[in-house]
Write a protein that binds this ligand. Structure first.
Ligand SMILES: CC(=O)N[C@@H](CC(=O)O)C(=O)NC[C@H](CC1(C(=O)N[C@@H](Cc2ccc(O)cc2)C(=O)O)CCCC1)C(=O)O
Ligand SMILES: [Zn+2]
Length: 592
């Protein structure tokens, strides 16, 4: 044997040194030590969430001390809303991991950019959004569509799986089997999924007519080799990154091109509108109904436009209630166009609800159900969008009141409102299945495209698969943002129901799609009284206060679009446009 003292130490441990060096390199371990190093700060938004969760937990513990069975029903309702606290029920490391995953996914989404070259990389808002809205170049659109999905989904995929596990853990503490069930419980109905599918079955025939006509016109524009007149529509040609609203391709499908345009974007630009002036248009409409004016703090603290100081902000528009009965704000990167004028009304619908229920107990400062909160702004925008109203506020110089102009207007409305319905439904059909465990990580994208094919009749322009690491749901804000989505589908039914009733209240004698409740104090009073309820009563009571009915009912949206549907059935027949899309499963088009 050899005397160890003569064997250099390094020689003796060489195999171990080699191994450790390789392991440390592989695991990206920091070699040495830095006495100034501190653990990464928990991001501020995570810290705030932890504080608010601690408050929720304490409040839940307090109400748990009582046996509420014989309490006054209203007190029981309030206690129940204090007791069920969603993700705040997670404790310790689980809660920190949950909040960090959300912060990480939001960071990925809000900073994602698609690079044209080494030095030019463009963000979603406003660049890719504008490209998807205005480009008519099949391959340029495909580049943006595929690039956005490459820069967002894949990096989130594993995070999302962990997020789902934690979310379901929280749901169980809230006496729900999974987070999807917890979300649906806010609607206080036996089977929200069945109710939604029933509404969709009533509306699907109208969607199929619109889909057939739009596909026919796109096929003529891009050629049958790119747009097969029988297959689902390629998802990148519909004027929107998610094909969820098709208003931006009105020019490609306009029924009667000769009539005066109803797109007021040029007028907004020509008349030198800025964001503030667009917000004032909306403010003036709300106050014309006798609704509550926005407080000075709103005008002082709202973020109206994307900051130019390079700060990374979440540009996705949002409205915020500070629950102190006075501070309310909107954050929006406003562009000067019609779409954002409508979005402003949507956001101010939220802030009006905040103002109206500010004297309710905090637990009642919510929508009657989440769909109500989403319906308020859109409801008023139905009046603002009419050609007559746009003419009245100087954004349309001439209005033609004839059958063809009517069809053009209804088409522009249908491209947003009817086109949205399947997307508004499928987002949470996908997510409810994920929370329920019916869709697992290895089929996230496959399940997504099956729904996109079957329900929306759109398909990816390029191969999409889980095996390739895709996670296309992650490319839509509300998935990493963890904002439930069925509320928008419900809102699209409710807003027309409410519109039909408020138009009657306002004494409208014209067709429903021409109704404008502007300056009707009676309509405003009815709406305001419903909004004041917040979530203090079950939503059928709130709906009854406006419409006299306690049921969600798709007949109003059908009434509104009736003239267009008749026209589409005739036109599709006349032009030989096929209605529906062949049962394609998830077979993808061969990549061109
Ligand atoms: C603190 C907080 O989170 N506040 C909530 C409000 C609250 O709960 O109090 C909030 O501000 N949420 C943001 C979200 C923004 C928008 C959105 O996401 N819209 C959907 C769907 C859609 C489609 C057509 C349509 O006509 C209306 C909506 C999409 O863009 O896919 C983007 C532009 C419009 C609305 C919103 O306002 O709902
Ligand atoms: Zn909203």
């Amino acid at each position: 044997s050899r005397d160890m003292s003569t064997l250099p130490l390094q020689e003796f441990f060489k195999p171990l040194i080699t191994y450790l060096t390789a392991e440390n390199t592989k695991n990206d371990e920091f070699i040495g030590w830095d006495i100034n190093w501190k653990p990464p700060e928990t991001p501020p938004q995570v810290q705030e969430s932890l504080k608010s969760a601690a408050f929720d937990l304490e409040a839940r513990a307090n109400v748990s001390k009582f046996d509420w069975t014989n309490f006054d029903p209203d007190v029981m309702r309030q206690l129940q809303k204090i007791y069920y606290i969603g993700s705040s029920a997670l404790e310790g490391d689980d809660l920190i991991e949950y909040e960090n995953i959300l912060a990480d996914m939001e960071q990925i989404y809000s900073t994602a950019k698609v690079c044209e070259s080494e030095s030019i990389c463009i963000p979603l808002d406003p660049d890719l959004t504008r490209l998807m809205a205005t480009s008519r170049d099949y391959d340029e659109l495909k580049w943006a569509w595929e690039g956005w999905r490459r820069e967002t989904g894949p990096e989130m995929k594993d995070m999302y799986e962990n997020f789902v596990t934690l979310a379901n853990k929280a749901a169980k503490v809230n006496d729900q089997p999974d987070m999807g069930a917890y979300w649906r419980s806010w609607y206080e109905v036996d089977d929200l999924k069945a109710d939604s599918m029933r509404l969709w079955e009533q509306l699907r025939p109208f969607y199929e007519q619109l889909h057939a006509y739009v596909r026919g016109r796109l096929s003529e524009h891009y050629g049958e080799s790119l747009v097969d007149p029988k297959r689902p529509i390629p998802a990148h040609l519909l004027g929107n990154m998610w094909a969820q609203s098709w208003g931006n391709i009105l020019d490609l499908v306009l029924p009667y091109p000769g009539k005066t345009s109803i797109d007021v974007t040029p007028a907004l630009v020509d008349q030198g509108y800025d964001a503030l002036r667009m917000f004032n248009i909306s403010e003036e409409f709300f106050t014309s109904l006798g609704l509550i004016p926005s407080p000075q703090s709103f005008w002082d603290d709202t973020m109206f436009v994307k900051p130019t100081d390079g700060r990374d902000v979440v540009c996705h528009a949002s409205a915020w209630d500070f629950y102190n009965a006075k501070d309310i704000r909107i954050k929006m990167c406003t562009s000067i166009n019609m779409e954002d004028l409508i979005t402003i009304h949507h956001e101010m619908g939220h802030t009006q609800y905040f103002l109206q229920y500010k004297d309710q107990p905090v637990v009642y400062r919510r929508g009657a159900n989440p769909g109500f909160h989403e319906a308020v702004g859109d409801l008023l925008a139905l009046s603002v969008s009419t050609p007559d109203h746009l003419h009245q506020i100087g954004l349309l110089d001439t209005v033609e009141d004839d059958a063809e102009a009517d069809i053009n207007f209804l088409m522009s409305m249908a491209l947003d409102k009817i086109a949205f319905l399947p997307f508004g439904l499928l987002m949470d059909l996908w997510r409810w299945d994920v929370f329920e465990g019916l869709t697992t990580k290895d089929s996230y994208t496959e399940a997504w495209w099956k729904l996109r094919n079957d329900i929306q009749g759109v398909e990816a322009p390029v191969e999409r698969s889980d095996e390739a690491g895709h996670f296309d749901p992650g490319a839509k804000y509300h998935i990493p943002g963890n904002t439930p989505y069925i509320r928008y589908f419900i809102s699209h039914v409710l807003q027309f129901q409410m519109h039909r009733s408020l138009c009657e209240t306002a004494g409208n004698t014209r067709s429903l799609h021409q109704c404008d409740i502007y300056r009707s104090k009676e309509a405003g009073k009815k709406l305001g009284d419903m909004l004041k309820l917040g979530s203090s009563k079950k939503w059928p009571e709130a709906l009854e206060a406006i419409t006299g009915s306690r049921e969600m009912d798709a007949s109003a949206i059908v009434d509104y679009f009736k003239p267009l549907m008749t026209w589409l059935e005739e036109k599709n027949e006349e032009k030989g446009y096929v209605v529906g899309w062949s049962d394609t499963g998830i077979t993808m088009k061969p990549t061109t």
